[in-house]
Design a protein around this ligand. Sequence first.
Ligand SMILES: *[C@@H]1O[C@H](CO)[C@@H](O)[C@H](O)[C@H]1NC(C)=O
Ligand SMILES: *[C@@H]1O[C@H](CO)[C@@H](O)[C@H](O)[C@H]1NC(C)=O
Ligand SMILES: *[C@@H]1O[C@H](CO)[C@@H](O)[C@H](O)[C@H]1NC(C)=O
Length: 405
Amino acid sequence: MWMTNIVGLCLLALVASAEDVKLSTHATTLADKSANLAFSLYHTMAKEKDTENIIISPVVVASSLGLVALGGKASTASQVKTVLSADKLKDEHLHAGLSELLTEVSNAKTRNTTWKINNRLYGPSSVSFADEFVKNSKKHYNYDHSKINFRDKRSAVNSINEWAAKSTGGKLPEVTKDVQNPDGAMIVNAMFFKPHWEEKFHDKMVDTRGFLVTRSFTVGVPMMHRTGLYDFYEDTENKLFVLNMPLGQKQASMILIMPYHLEPLERLEKLLTRKQVDTWLSKMENRAVAISLPKISVEVSHNLQKHLAELGLTEAVDKAKADLSNISGKKDLYLSSVFHASALELDIEGNPYDTSIFGTEKLRNPKLFYVDHPFIFLVKDNKTNSILYIGRVVKPKGDKMRDEL
Ligand SMILES: *[C@@H]1O[C@H](CO)[C@@H](O)[C@H](O)[C@H]1NC(C)=O
Ligand SMILES: *[C@@H]1O[C@H](CO)[C@@H](O)[C@H](O)[C@H]1NC(C)=O
Ligand SMILES: *[C@@H]1O[C@H](CO)[C@@H](O)[C@H](O)[C@H]1NC(C)=O
């Protein structure tokens, strides 16, 4: 086990060195750990009864955890490493590694993808942020800081939402409807992610189709279509399809996992482990696939506070136990909310497609991948193996369609 890890790391290092920037071993380790966090966090969220769509960025969650480690002392800080399974990492390596990872995967120039990530720590009006903390959280995690009067709930909510909307170019209009606990600190991630497909969809081939939310509820969504060569796997035993859609210049890809027919996603979620996803990916075959994908924007805001506590971050969120005194120099704060909000836009845009294969044998008998019912998705980075996003779309926005039966 230990040996295979070493060999694995060396191989990773070799692959990485072929690219322009080589990641440090700390960043590589944290990419790996945050990929595990992706699955455990997804599962704690998916089991909540009233959760519909889920969109989480595990690498961004990891960097918010890094911020907690930066502001925390003693076990409040060390719990972060436990949640990340990175107990052996020194503090400076944790911060430098997470910082390096996020900088690498969110680099718009090399990645050719739109990903706006805005992070802010809100504190109550009484707090005074320590200079050292402000400096380091900006440097490592690109966090800025703001004081807010949480007692005036309405203006606090408005100012948080306005900041999120402004910093995402209007894509994410709302992070929260309410703020609780006027004495706590609040983490807010406001993001906008729009995949730039390695091969774009036809701009003229967009029409309105039904998306089945449940057997008795269908919404109308714009559907985009294209046929091309993709890595595809049909798991006949588990009755599901897996499709890999490369982004940019294949620096990352979006993996879609969809049951054959409409059904609640619980069954697939039981199968959803990192190992299983790797197994599916290893069985893929590059072949013609006719894809129909909703051209939609999904906006979701999750408060991760409770879920992170479930994964072991119990102290930072507990007013009686939290020691976040590196934030302010005093033991006067705890983490009352962790808002993790994203707008995900699926659109036609991408690189021009290869027209030379049109009409050839290669595109004969495509497999149909018709996304008209709930699915799970991952955005996986091809260089670091980290997971940029994991989530599910179960209920897109759209007008209810008349039942056809
Ligand atoms: C946090 O506080 C401790 C003790 O005061 C100090 O040694 C450490 O450097 C601080 N950490 C940061 C990241 O400022
Ligand atoms: C990605 O590349 C395409 C074509 O080279 C370009 O038009 C587009 O603006 C790029 N997008 C981003 C986000 O860099
Ligand atoms: C990862 O990148 C390599 C090299 O560019 C490419 O051959 C491979 O197809 C990519 N993998 C995915 C899943 O896009």
